[in-house]
Write a protein that binds this ligand. Structure first.
Ligand code: SAH
Ligand code: SF4
Ligand code: F3S
Length: 465
């Protein structure tokens, strides 16, 4: 049996792709394991969004060479967004990388390749287990040979214990409670800071009929939460019927069952009022939640970012949502320190936090990315100024989050239990993806509960039922 391990970096689109691959590998008889230490095949799904993400990746791949030395038939593959544009570099920098497939159009080819690879691996693994001395020919260091001789080679002590804790299994057929479905991939927007159009290519939407079949199948298999994903989820257009995203969302909501539906990330430019109307009409299934990336509150910066909307238009769309769904949870993405951002521009962003009061904000310091338009832009701000702005923004958001969370004390909310944290504590989430700690010794994991909120902090709520 082939043991595989998938390490996933990056966004939920990558998580969905990893789940898809894990499913395929499981179907052909391989088994997903919880640690790199016991894997025969390691697939690394990569993210290129910020420079730091790439640096982390390289140090991770480097560490895998230790396992390859002990188990030479191990195959290590790199896929995803970094693989799309650094193929040669990955091969030349890491001897132990056996295959590299980009996120763009190589996913289908990758699947066919993996099926062959697993067959091949079965043979080499068996051969190795029966004749370890032959596989370790000349050139292997003596320590490794000694391990082989004492036949301890198949379990490697804790090289990656920390990493494996973070990366839980991608695919659990029996309990795929949170299903993530890529409904489209790629992006045509070309925001001037963003590498995604270069790593994932042009926008491609998948057929609505296939998506609906997948949702039905997942619900039958016990899914309680469906997340529809796309780099630009609301520019979805069904290649068969030309239906747009609100229609797809409505059709998903009309499927029988007790489940929640989320989606991300919509682009403000493509946001139409009818999407919020569908959400309001199907409030029992479509989550009362919107992740709505704003990036900046300054019109000058929004224009330089090529976002194609103004702060006023963004506010207007938030207004549509609030008039139709007054209690919706709203989150956003913000970049500080974009080239040329002045203190005044930054303050315009901060002001939007006060006007809108997001429940949570994902904020990032601008990171210069190859191929993008902003790569060439003059950046006068020092790193210190950028860090200062990020800290200031996050400090304000902490106050806002505490204020909003405290307002929920005394309310009754429906939550979905995600996992058990301690003997008497469960971790659950609201429709708006806010963490709720629920005291209970009962086995309620993967169930919906109605809880009364009794306390609140910046990052979570406390509930009882
Ligand atoms: N398609 C989504 C964003 C996907 S990337 C959208 O348009 O909203 C997730 C977030 O990463 C972005 O919203 C942005 O805030 C951030 N990001 C993207 N490129 C970045 C860069 N070069 N530097 C810093 N943050 C970046
Ligand atoms: Fe990147 Fe902009 Fe496309 Fe989002 S919309 S993936 S930020 S280019
Ligand atoms: Fe990263 Fe690619 Fe997603 S660059 S954020 S994994 S689309």
């Amino acid at each position: 049996m082939i043991n595989f391990f998938i390490k996933t970096f990056g966004c939920q689109a990558n998580v969905a792709d990893s789940q898809d691959l894990a499913k395929l590998l499981t179907e052909i008889g391989a088994q997903e394991v919880e640690s790199e230490n016991s894997a025969d095949l390691i697939i690394i799904n990569t993210c290129a969004i910020r420079e730091l993400a790439e640096q982390k990746l390289y140090s991770y791949i480097g560490r895998l060479s230790k396992i390859k030395k002990i188990r030479p038939y191990l195959k290590v593959g790199v896929i995803g967004c970094v693989a799309s544009y650094r193929k040669q570099e990955l091969y030349s920098r890491f001897d132990h990388v056996s295959f590299v497939y980009g996120a763009r159009d190589e996913l289908q080819t990758l699947k066919a390749y993996l099926i062959n690879l697993c067959n091949e691996l079965m043979t080499t693994k068996q051969f190795f287990e029966q004749h370890p001395e032959n596989v370790f020919g000349q050139g292997q260091d003596r320590d490794v040979k000694k391990i082989v001789e004492t036949k301890k080679l198949l379990t490697i002590p804790n090289l990656f214990s920390k990493a494996s804790k973070i990366n839980s299994l991608s695919y659990k057929p029996q309990e795929l409670v949170r299903s993530m479905i890529n409904i489209m991939t790629g992006c045509n927007k070309y925001c001037s800071y963003c590498i995604v159009p270069f790593t994932r290519g042009r926008e491609t939407s998948f057929a609505m009929s296939k998506i609906l079949d997948q949702v039905k199948k997942d619900i039958e298999n016990g899914a309680k939460e469906i997340t529809l994903l796309g780099q630009n989820v609301n520019s979805y257009i069904d290649p068969e019927s030309n239906s747009r995203f609100p229609e797809l969302l409505q059709k998903v909501a009309e499927i029988d069952g007790d489940f929640w539906v989320r989606f991300m990330s919509p682009h403000p430019q493509d946001m139409t009022r009818d999407l919020f109307e569908v959400m309001a009409q199907h409030g029992n299934k479509l989550c009362n939640y919107l992740h709505f990336p704003m990036q900046s509150g300054s019109n000058r910066i929004l224009q330089l970012m090529n976002r194609n909307y103004t702060a006023e238009e963004y506010l207007e769309k938030i207004g549509w949502l609030r008039s139709l769904m007054p209690h919706a949870t709203i989150s956003t993405d913000i970049i500080v320190g974009f080239p040329g951002e002045t203190e005044k521009d930054y303050l315009a962003t901060r002001e939007m936090l006060d006007k809108i009061k997001f429940d949570f904000v994902f904020s990032f310091i601008y990171s210069k990315r190859k191929y993008t338009k902003a790569f060439e832009m003059d950046d006068q701000n020092t790193h210190e100024i950028k860090v200062q702005r990020l800290n200031d923004l996050q400090a304000r958001q902490v106050e806002i989050a505490l204020e909003l969370n405290s307002q929920k004390i005394g309310k009754n909310l429906k939550v979905l239990v995600e996992k058990r944290l301690t003997d008497d504590k469960l971790l659950a989430r609201t429709e708006g993806s806010i963490r709720v700690l629920v005291s209970s010794t009962e086995n309620k994991v993967n169930s919906f509960l109605n809880v009364e909120i009794t306390d609140a902090s910046v990052t979570s709520l406390v509930g009882k039922f």
